[in-house]
Design a protein around this ligand. Structure first.
Ligand code: C2E
Ligand code: MG
Ligand code: MG
Length: 556
């Protein structure tokens, strides 16, 4: 009795949509979550047959197939999409579980609905062929189904999908050498690692033995390369088996769907062929089915690999670009801008590697180096008797997020011996958007050290000026995008004028970025925007050349 009450409770309060069905697959009762998930306004009339509830193609829910499946005590699962009558298309996943027989015969089954993509992870002894008992992952049948569904959704929505086939390198050696029991343990652990490397909208399955297949939504060509890299990395972590540890590697074959005739089977074949290439390269790597994609992925991987070593090999340098007083030509400040001097490729500009450094987290070490180096160089120039002007350092969002960021800034100041007022940090509007109170505290603790803060690329974000007054920021750098058009776009000119006058009324200093020609300078002079950073005066320069400029000033 208690267990019936419990089940009743479970049914009523589950966050999964549930529909009780009789042995003929007719609806008996639905829970609240079912209506929330499906968006159905009207209650299901008891007796309505399951395959007619959602007005979709008969092939998707084939009545006799489902009944047969359940009679054989198998779980039946399908991902499907439908229109809920209110103009919304929903993508759901339904799993129908046969309920255990009672003395009165079969009580029927329960259909459980979830949003499509949320991987169901239960392992059910009776579900052979559908769910993998060892890992709890879906098996081949369900996976193929999911791929077919994803293909039909992707044709409609143009959302790209990719398939990754993961095969463990030399797994037979583990199985034979350590025994099957340990082999199973390894597979379970690897399955867990793969699962936790994926997003909720992706799915993973164990296809056969040591073959796992992943279905992911891709946002850019190299997105699947990133996922593959992440998976290889997670598999590479040492794994405890019995009393010892092993390090496992894997190979991955990748294919992206795109062709009109793509089917789950064809895509897996492509993956297999790509996997074969990866194995031939010695394993522990991935390979794309299409060559064109391989090149992008390869280039990116190479870049990442080299970037990792660039710090150790001291391949970074800082260039400095002056901020100039428009009336006197005096250098009143400088911005430190990183350059990567690659031994073969020469100088690589920041836009080519900062985004990768940002994504991989390497920006944290790189940014720390920039901070220390900029302070050290500025102090050295001051010691040499050159004019004392502040240096501005760009801060990346990842760096700024760190709770230890303030400590690092403090260390750079202490280490170099620079007076804090000679350090300015450039942050961007987007960094101020989340956790406003916390951000204000963080910024205040920085300005308490004595340094100043500037908003970089102002005008490209979403914030307005009055919003910015809440933050202890003293300078606005107007983005180059405005300055470059002031002379031939009256709207841009008007906008720039109002930014300048409003920031003046808010007591903020203004720096105009990207002035290249005399017309820009004339415009800025007219607006009494006196500090300018741009090619008109100087490009960013290596330290020795900048020192000369600092001595001589700019000849107007
Ligand atoms: P930013 O902070 O807005 O830096 C100004 C960029 O505008 C620099 O590009 C500079 O060379 C360029 N610039 C200045 N005046 C002119 C001009 O008159 N015309 C044109 N066409 N360009 C001008 P750079 O050095 O390539 O740096 C690009 C961006 O890379 C920087 O934009 C900054 O966001 C980022 N960056 C550079 N160094 C670092 C760094 O050390 N750390 C971080 N996190 N980001 C950095
Ligand atoms: Mg900057
Ligand atoms: Mg800028």
């Amino acid at each position: 009795m208690e267990s019936i009450l419990f089940l009743n409770d479970f049914f009523n309060h589950s966050s999964d949509g549930m529909l009780l069905l009789d042995p003929q697959l007719s609806a008996l009762q639905a829970n609240t979550a079912f209506y929330q998930l499906t968006g159905f306004k009207d209650h299901i009339t008891p007796g309505t047959r399951f395959d007619t509830i959602f007005a979709i193609n008969k092939d998707v829910f084939n009545h006799s197939t489902i009944v047969k499946h359940l009679q054989n005590n198998h779980v039946w699962q399908k991902a499907f999409s439908y229109e809920n009558g209110q103009g919304e298309t929903k993508e759901l996943n339904v799993t129908i579980l046969p309920l255990p027989d009672t003395a009165n015969g079969s009580p029927g089954s329960v259909a459980i609905f979830k949003y499509y993509g949320l991987t169901t992870t239960f392992s059910d002894q009776s579900s052979t062929g559908n769910f993998d008992i060892l890992t709890g992952l879906p098996g081949a049948t369900i996976f193929y189904d999911r791929v077919e569904q994803a293909l039909s959704v992707s044709r409609r929505t143009k959302q790209s999908i990719a398939l990754l086939l993961v095969d463990l390198d030399r797994f037979a050696m583990i199985n034979d050498g350590l025994g099957r029991e340990y082999g199973d343990e390894v597979l379970r652990e690897i399955a867990g690692r793969i699962k936790s490397s994926l997003r909720e909208s992706d799915s993973a399955a164990r296809i056969t033995g040591d073959n796992f297949c992943l279905l992911i939504k891709v946002t850019a060509d190299d997105h699947s390369a990133l996922v593959a890299e992440k998976i290889l990395k997670s598999i590479n972590q040492p794994l405890s088996v019995g009393d010892g540890q092993v390090v496992i590697t894997a190979s991955i074959g990748i294919t992206t769907a795109g062709g009109k005739n793509d089917t789950a089977e064809l895509l897996i074949e492509h993956c297999e062929s790509a996997l074969h290439h990866a194995k031939k390269q010695g394993g522990n790597c991935f390979h794309f089915y299409a060559d064109a994609l391989n090149k992008t992925a390869k280039k990116r991987l190479e870049l990442e690999h080299n970037l990792r070593r660039a710090l150790e090999k001291e391949e970074f340098v800082l260039f400095y670009q002056p901020k100039v007083n428009i009336n006197s030509g005096a250098v009143v400040g400088m911005e430190a801008l990183i350059r990567w001097i690659h031994p073969e490729q020469g100088m690589i500009p920041p836009f080519q590697f900062i985004p990768v450094a940002e994504e991989t987290g390497m920006i944290i070490d790189i940014g720390t180096w920039v901070l220390h180096e900029a302070c050290r160089q500025n102090k050295q120039w001051q010691n040499e008797g050159l004019s004392k002007v502040p240096v501005a350092v760009n801060v990346s969002p990842r760096q700024f997020q760190l709770t230890t960021f303030g400590d690092e800034v403090y260390r750079a100041i202490e280490h170099s011996g620079i007076a804090p007022e000679y350090l300015e940090l450039e942050i961007t509007e987007s960094m101020l958007m989340s956790n406003i109170d916390q951000t204000i505290d963080k910024l205040k603790s920085l300005t308490n050290i004595g340094l100043t803060l500037a908003i970089d690329d102002f005008g490209t974000g979403y914030s307005n000026l009055s919003y910015l007054t809440r933050f202890p920021v003293s300078t606005l750098k107007i983005d180059r995008a405005f300055i470059k058009d002031v002379e031939h776009d009256e709207n841009i000119a008007a906008l720039t004028r109002s930014i300048i006058s409003m920031s003046r009324s808010l007591n903020m200093k203004i720096v105009a970025e990207g002035a290249e020609v005399k017309e820009h300078i004339d415009f800025l002079k007219e607006q009494k925007c006196n500090t300018v950073q741009g090619f008109y005066y100087s490009k960013p320069l290596p330290a020795d050349e900048f020192a000369k400029l600092l001595k001589q000033g700019i000849r107007l």
